[in-house]
Design a protein around this ligand. Structure first.
Ligand SMILES: [Zn+2]
Ligand SMILES: [Zn+2]
Ligand SMILES: [Zn+2]
Length: 156
């Protein structure tokens, strides 16, 4: 699981970046980021984030959560994950200069497994060579069955 080692310096850097863009790290925005920091590899929808933030910040509205996620996304702080179930999930980007990690989505139990290795260097080189295209990032999602489910399904 990907983890942020130093929460405070992450928040400090974010505060600085927001300020550069003319935004403030308000109490509400900070709470939203903290929920994402404590998501422990869970990919949360904006509604799920709202439900958790509301506990510490009862005055917050869903619209504020949406807007904050938009700002974070624009500045490269979040990675959006679209699972084709009609809801977009968010997670914090730990290294803004790195490419997104890949996701393995189990069709049976809906578990999401993170792949930390990029493994696409060769493909990116081919794309550059053949199409003259500079790959900046990618969203890669694999659908299939996790180890437990494929074992269970094989036995059945
Ligand atoms: Zn890559
Ligand atoms: Zn599974
Ligand atoms: Zn992820």
């Amino acid at each position: 699981m990907l983890k942020i080692t130093d929460e405070n310096s992450y928040l400090e850097e974010l505060k600085f970046r927001l300020k550069e863009e003319g935004f403030k790290l308000t109490h509400q925005r900070r709470n939203i980021v903290e929920v994402l920091l404590n998501a422990h590899g869970k990919h949360m929808s904006s509604e799920e984030i709202y439900d958790v933030v509301k506990r510490g910040c009862p005055e917050i509205g869903l619209a504020t959560v949406y807007r904050t996620l938009q700002v974070l996304d624009k500045l490269g702080y979040t990675n959006k994950l679209n699972l084709d179930d009609g809801c977009v999930r968010y997670e914090l980007t730990l290294d803004k200069n790195a490419h997104n990690h890949h996701h393995l989505v189990c069709k049976n139990c809906s578990k999401i497994i993170e792949v930390e290795e990029d493994l696409l260097d060769q493909l990116e080189d081919v794309i550059k060579e053949k199409y003259g295209f500079d790959v900046e990032n990618h969203d890669v999602k694999f659908n299939g069955y996790c180890r437990e489910c494929s074992q269970k399904l094989r036995k059945a």
